[in-house]
Design a protein around this ligand. Structure first.
Ligand code: MN
Length: 200
C-alpha cells in the first residue's frame, strides 16, 4: 500500500463512513479503470481518478471535465484511493473527511493514447513524469485527455487536464449539464442523498 493510500485510511473513520477501506478485490480485470465522482462537499467538485500502479491516482477538479480542447481545467492532486472506491456512490457523514454526497458521474476503462506494449508501465512512468496522455472509454467521456503537472509559479505541483483534439473532442458538448446524473444508478445528487436518509 502506498503512503498516499495509508493517508486515505488515516483520514477516515470506517465505522462512520460507507467508503471502502480496502481496494484489493477489483471487479473488472480486463483493463485499468477510471472514475469521475461528482462530490457535493463544502464545494461541489469532480474527483477524477485513474487506476495506476495498483491504486486510484486522484485529482479534485473544481470545474469538472471539458470536451473542448481549448479549455484547460485545474486539477488538484489528492491522496490515492483504493481501487474499490470506483464503486462507491453514497453519502459521507457531514462531520467526516469529505462529508457530503458522492455520485459516480462517469466510469470506464483507460488505455494509453499512443500504442504501448505495456500500458501499466507507461502510466506509471508518465504519472511520475507529470505528462500523461490517457484515452478514456466511459459512458459520457471518450477519447484522449492530457494530464500535465505544472512545475513552476503559482501552479507548482498542481495539474491541468485538457481534452486532446481528436474525434471525441466537441466544444459544444456539455456533458456536465446535459448528462448530470449517475451512470450506475441514474440518480441525481439529491436522490442519492434522500435514498441514504431513507436507508435505501
Ligand atoms: Mn472530493
Amino acid at each position: 500500500m502506498s503512503m498516499s493510500e495509508k493517508n486515505y485510511i488515516h483520514k477516515r473513520d470506517f465505522t462512520l463512513t460507507d467508503e471502502p477501506e480496502q481496494g484489493k478485490n477489483r471487479k473488472e480485470r480486463d483493463a485499468p479503470l477510471f472514475v469521475i465522482q461528482k462530490h457535493d462537499a463544502s464545494n461541489l467538485h469532480y474527483d477524477f481518478r485513474l487506476e495506476i500502479d495498483g491504486t486510484l491516482k486522484s485529482w479534485a477538479v473544481p470545474k469538472g471535465p471539458s470536451m473542448d480542447p481549448s479549455v484547460k481545467r485545474l486539477a488538484i492532486p489528492t491522496e490515492d484511493h483504493p481501487i474499490n472506491y470506483a464503486y462507491f456512490e453514497g453519502t459521507i457523514p457531514e462531520e467526516e473527511y469529505g462529508g457530503g454526497t458522492v455520485m459516480i458521474w462517469d466510469r470506464g476503462t483507460i488505455a494509453p493514447v499512443k500504442e504501448s506494449k505495456d500500458a501499466d508501465a507507461y502510466f506509471k512512468k508518465a504519472y511520475q513524469e507529470g505528462q500523461l496522455e490517457v484515452a478514456l472509454q466511459g459512458k459520457k467521456l471518450q477519447g484522449g485527455f492530457a494530464f500535465i503537472r505544472s512545475d513552476s509559479g503559482d501552479l507548482e505541483g498542481k495539474w491541468l487536464i485538457v481534452k486532446m483534439d481528436d474525434d471525441a473532442a466537441d466544444a459544444r458538448r456539455k456533458p456536465k449539464s446535459t448528462q448530470s446524473e449517475s451512470v450506475v444508478s441514474g440518480r441525481s445528487l439529491e436522490e442519492i442523498e434522500k435514498d441514504q436518509e431513507d436507508g435505501k
